[in-house]
Design a protein around this ligand. Sequence first.
Ligand code: ATP
Length: 292
Amino acid sequence: MSHSLTLPFQAQRDFVEKGSLAATVTVPGTAIETTPHFAMEPLLAVKNVHLEYATDKSIVRATHDVSFNVYPSDRFILLGPSGCGKSSLLKSVAGFLPPHSGTIELDGKVVSKAGPDRVVVFQEFDQLAPWKTVKQNVMFALLASRTLGKKEAAERAEHYLHKVGLNRFFDAYPHTLSGGMKQRVAIARAMAMEPKVLLMDEPFAALDALTRRKMQEELLALWEDTKFTLMFVTHSIEEALVLGNRILLLSPHPGRVKAEINSHQFSLDSAGSPEFQATAQRIHHLLFNEQA
Ligand SMILES: Nc1ncnc2c1ncn2[C@@H]1O[C@H](COP(=O)(O)OP(=O)(O)OP(=O)(O)O)[C@@H](O)[C@H]1O
């Protein structure tokens, strides 16, 4: 599904620079809201995607006919109940799970395998190589993908480790780090690849509430800095609202698009506001099939 409106050039620039505009248009007869994206082409186009797993006993359908577009600098959230296919969609965009039918296009090219233009940060703390230092972990992906030579990879690793506040830990080994610090390394490693889309699968779900909040703040600060394109999976309505500018709501298993919501008006400070609470309630109703 693609909804685009034409706005003047300055408004288009505002969108690119700020990542979103205040204007919201609701598509008549649907629960889909759209921020005008002008004549801008989507960076990522997911079209009518059915995802399936073949098990010994049966075929498990993970998603049914899912379509959405992600635009440059979007912070696009996949939100839905457990088992609705959020992680499967992320895996499919990453190139690990080919669609049973439908297509996924990045920059107009069909995604058929994993590539350095899509990097995933997972929830697990064990995604780092334990025998490598923090800096070596960040450099490894750059070297293995032949993105950079050794000297440039070292410089880029240091640059992104600075950005996530780990400049004093270049030579530390993962087992000496807290869960939050390990996730910062994983984020630095992913950002160092400078992917077209950064994919995050509940990266903060295993952290305590205070660290989770801090990591959300840091992720938004990183986004303010470089305006990267983010696709982020969560089942927390609050996390979706504070981190995302657009939220795709998926129905329970198998996941179908239930609604698309604009959330660019919210920040980490708006969690207690009446508007935030009302939107959270509305999402809750939409997710649980009550009238919004
Ligand atoms: N490797 C697999 N083999 C078979 N079925 C699978 C596999 N991975 C996921 N599934 C099934 O696909 C459906 C979607 O799973 P998925 O993990 O994508 O959902 P999710 O929304 O990310 O869930 P959660 O929020 O609990 O992580 C579920 O029914 C799940 O049991």
